[in-house]
Design a protein around this ligand. Structure first.
Ligand code: EPZ
Length: 419
């Protein structure tokens, strides 16, 4: 097991660069299966979710060359074999193999996805969309079996009961080679959806409306290769902005698209955080007194559920009291008891978190329970007096590229140790 050790209280300053978006690249890699020749992805983050997906792609016969931040994927020799549960269960985003295998072969046998424990995470909307497109869905053993009478799926008019990033992207991936037109209503609008649509359109797909709540896909026969730059990770960016405000004395965060973080930055400004917004960077100054605020998450362009946890240490350092309500994941509160161990005046009642600031944090032994909860504990450790030991850090390494190197370069006293 790996642990992160932080000796807190060091002022952070200097420059940090945001990597490519995890929640885009985990869809871009499976989507490459749809191409008839090589797909090259640039700006790929150094995270274990990428390694897991590359492993699955190679298991299925793809040829993948991973050098630095570039992935060269040759999907021509991909076989439609059942994807083993032990590999698929490593991450939630493995469900994108349902859409890409269905789109290429008209059938798929894939294990159930895994992912962070944020409460129930069904995939009923994904499966409902595939059934609407003509697939028969059955659950056998630990795998989902998607079959079609003539290895063909057909365009359909699909209304998403809940706004779902994964179901929107998965339906789009399946639809690009379907016979006819697919319309996705009540689609999610996250930037990652636009990024996947951009890749697919550059491969020859015909997708319109990505980023709005109605996406139209006209199926095509063939998709060729392309080269694609992954968009910056807005959640990593938001995490570094929060830590720069909490423990920084002037931090320049590069490769940030302000338009992907408008609701988040508005909330930070409401707190009194002083930032300078540049074209593709944000400069966060050392903060004086901040005001406590309340947060309520909602689908993009609202306040991102993935950012409520990383923002919490900054919130509890502010003057006053506030609440945090996650309307997307009602159980995304596992960071609360760990922060309370460190001295935070914070508690949760179902999905409603209440805090009283300012809390002065003390280093403790704490555990990461999921990816963004782990990020919150890293920030709390950077702020706290004394040493913080964070266990279960494999969660953090799934989604934050080179986090130890990036924080050390800012002056943090942080180390990764193996138990
Ligand atoms: C994506 O998860 C992200 N993961 C999550 O980020 C993010 O929190 C989430 O979107 C919401 O923005 C990836 O992109 C890999 P959803 P996803 O489908 O697609 C319900 C991180 O920290 N729902 O948008 O799985 C679901 O239970 C991760 O990087 C159904 O009911 O989320 C949730 O309440 C954590 N049925 C809501 O919709 C379904 O079939 C939104 O989930 C699918 C979802």
């Amino acid at each position: 097991m790996k642990k992160i050790i932080i000796n807190g209280g060091k002022p952070l300053k200097g420059e940090v660069s945001v990597s490519g978006a995890k929640n885009s690249v985990v869809a871009l890699i499976p989507a490459a299966i749809l191409a008839d020749d090589v797909v090259v992805l640039d700006g790929v983050p150094n995270i274990s979710d990428v390694d897991s997906l590359v492993d699955i792609m190679e298991t299925m016969g793809a040829k993948v060359v991973h050098s630095g931040e570039t992935l060269e994927i040759d999907p021509r020799s991909v076989q439609n074999i059942p994807v083993p549960y032990d590999k698929i269960s490593r991450l939630r985003a493995s469900y994108y193999f349902y859409g890409s295998l269905l789109g290429r072969f008209g059938q798929a046998v894939v294990g159930l996805p895994g992912g962070c424990d944020l409460g129930p995470r069904p995939i009923d909307l994904h499966l409902k969309a595939f059934e609407a497109m003509g697939a028969d869905v059955s659950y056998e053993g630990e795998s989902m079996h998607l079959t079609t009478p003539h290895q063909t799926i057909y365009g359909a008019h699909i209304y998403m009961d809940t706004v779902s990033v994964g179901a929107t992207i998965n339906t789009m991936i399946a639809a690009v080679k379907a016979q006819g037109r697919t319309v996705i209503e009540n689609a999610a609008r996250e930037p990652e959806i636009i990024d996947v649509a951009t890749l697919l359109n550059n491969m020859g797909a015909r997708i319109r409306g990505a980023g709005t709540d109605v996406i139209t896909v006209d199926g095509v026969e063939k998709l060729h290769g392309t080269r694609h730059q992954v968009i910056p990770d807005r959640i990593e960016a938001g995490t570094y902005i929060a830590l720069a405000a909490a423990a920084g004395e002037g931090v320049h965060i590069k490769n940030v698209l302000y338009e992907h973080l408008e609701s988040y930055i508005a909330k930070l400004e409401e707190m009194g955080v002083r930032m300078t917004i540049e074209e593709d960077a944000i400069y966060v100054e050392k903060q004086s007194s901040l005001r406590a605020v309340s947060v309520k998450t909602s689908p993009y362009p609202g306040f991102a559920t993935d950012l409520q946890q990383p923002l919490t240490p900054l919130l509890i350092s502010a003057e006053g009291q506030g609440t945090i309500v996650d309307t997307i994941y009602e159980k995304r509160i596992n960071h609360v008891p760990e922060l309370a161990k460190m001295g935070a005046a914070i508690s949760a009642d179902k999905n409603r978190i209440t805090y009283q600031g300012p809390s002065h944090l003390r280093g403790r032994a704490v555990k990461a329970t999921d990816l963004r909860a782990g990020a919150a504990l890293v920030i709390a450790g950077l702020m706290a007096d004394g040493q913080t030991q964070i266990s279960n850090v494999e969660f953090i390494l799934r989604g934050y590229s080179n986090i130890i190197e990036k924080l050390s370069a800012l002056g943090a006293d942080i180390h990764l140790v193996t138990d």
